[in-house]
Each structure stands twice: as C-alpha cells, then as structure tokens.
Write a protein that binds this ligand. Structure first.
Ligand code: ADP
Ligand code: MG
Length: 242
C-alpha cells in the first residue's frame, strides 16, 4: 500500500529566498506525525505545500497517490486534506452548526438534512453539541478551535494538517483542544501536527520530526527522540525548550 502522503525532494522559495531544501516525508494512513522546530524553519510552509496553499518549485507531493499541483486533481486533493489553523478561521456570520455543515453542503453536495445531522454528530465528538446555534464570537478560543476541528472532520478528509492549533489560545484552553486531538488520533485519524506542545508530542505522536532551516534534521518515535536525540541541533533545541 502506498503512503497516504508521499513527499520527495520538496523545494520551495519565496522569491529569491529558498525556505525548503529537498524535504522527503512519507506519512502512512493512521499515523500521527508531529513536526517541531524553531520559528522560521519552514514547518508551516511544508504543511501548506501538502494542499497547495503554497506553490512549490521542486519535488513531488502526492496525497493518496494524486499529485498536488495546479490542475484537475487539485479539488480532490483539497477535499481529502483537512486543515486546522492557529487562528481558527471560522466564518463569523455563520452559526457553529452552519460552519460545520457548509463544506458538506457546498463541496460534497449533501442534503441540508444530512449535512446538519452530520454536523451535530461531529459537534458532539468535540464536546460542542450544546453550542450549535451560537456564533463564533460567542465562544472562547478553545471552543472555536474545537468547532474548527469538527469543520475539518465534516469533509471526511484522509488526513488533517494542524498548524500550531493551540498557539493562539489562553493557557487554560490548550488542554481541551489537545484532548480532542488526542481522541482523534486514537480513533485512527491520520494527522500531521505542527506544535510546540512537547507533552502532546510525547503522548500522541507515532513519529516526531525536527526541522531546522528548511530541512528535516532528525526524526524518530517519541521515546528515542526526546530521550536520546542524535543531532546536535536537535539536542540544542530540546535543551532550550524543555
Ligand atoms: P515556521 O512555520 O517554521 O515558523 P515558515 O514556514 O512560516 O516557518 O517560514 C519559513 C521561512 O519562510 C521563514 O524565513 C519565513 O520568514 C519565510 N516565509 C514564510 N511565509 C512567507 C511569505 N508568504 N513570503 C515570504 N517569506 C515567507
Ligand atoms: Mg509556522
């Protein structure tokens, strides 16, 4: 079976400045990969290339065997790759329920009844069933992020990419979002998570990847990664943050 995400030799520049230098990364179905590294190391750029939120200049990105590039397959790739951002990005003029139901209605062309029933189930899954008729502004940051996760799930993606999903939250709300993510991971959702939450990485990741200066420096399962990092740059980074 081919990996769900298969990236080889990915190179990306912004103008004249190259920020990804030949990334190779494969992610299997059901795997949880946590990406860590200093600010500016290319973590966001890497995951944004997986659904072509960023164009790239070199290498190959395949999702479920389909090339991620401009053209016919892109809509399908986008539907298969969910994304959860630091800044929630809910539609402010739509209720929680409508935020979650919108993708299935518009993109999957499901009936109003089916998409709203699915939205209810997903809101229950993230502990937000009682807030379905509120607007995003009436929710805390942690609640908004849980809705954003439900909205991503509504498209039944093959993988969900998370870009620092708890970095914009007040500290007391970080745990509720990480708990939801941990439950997703347990239920077999394939996830690539950029985060600074090392406890989450230790508990939930199948594999931890350390990036620096546009390259993957080191990767391992959490136990060896945190207890016996091999590369000096990884050691220095962990020493500074732990
Ligand atoms: P990280 O997520 O690890 O903090 P990023 O992927 O956001 O890193 O950024 C990698 C590099 O690319 C940084 O040097 C950053 O300044 C640069 N960069 C990111 N986005 C843009 C952009 N839209 N235009 C120009 N440079 C960018
Ligand atoms: Mg980033």
């Amino acid at each position: 079976m081919h990996p769900l995400i298969h990236i080889t030799g990915l190179c990306k520049s912004y103008g004249a400045i190259q920020v990804l230098h030949g990334i190779d990364l494969s992610v299997k179905a059901g795997e949880v990969v946590v990406v860590i590294g200093p600010s500016g190391s290319g973590k966001s750029t890497l995951i944004r290339c997986i659904n072509l939120l960023e164009e790239y200049q070199g290498g190959v990105v395949l999702v479920d065997g389909i090339a991620v590039q401009r053209g016919a397959g892109l809509a399908q790739v986008r539907a298969e790759v969910g994304m959860v951002f630091q800044s929630f990005n809910l539609f402010p003029h739509l209720t929680v329920q409508d935020n979650v139901a919108l993708g299935p209605l518009r993109v999957k062309h499901l009936s109003k009844e089916v998409s709203h029933r699915t939205a209810q189930e997903l809101l229950a899954r993230v502990g937000m069933a009682d807030h379905a008729h509120k607007f995003p502004a009436q929710l805390s940051g942690g609640q908004q992020q849980r809705v954003a996760i439900a909205r991503a799930l509504a498209m039944e993606p093959k993988v969900i990419l998370f870009d620092e999903p708890t970095s914009a939250l007040d500290p007391e709300m970080v745990g509720e979002v990480l708990d939801v993510m941990q439950a997703l991971a347990k239920s077999g959702v394939t996830m690539v998570v950029v985060t600074h939450e090392m406890g989450f990485a230790r508990r939930v990741a199948d594999r931890v990847i350390f990036m620096d200066a546009g390259r993957i420096v080191e990767q391992a399962s959490p136990e060896p990664f945190f207890n016996a990092p091999q590369e000096p740059r990884t050691q220095a980074f962990l020493k500074a943050i732990l």
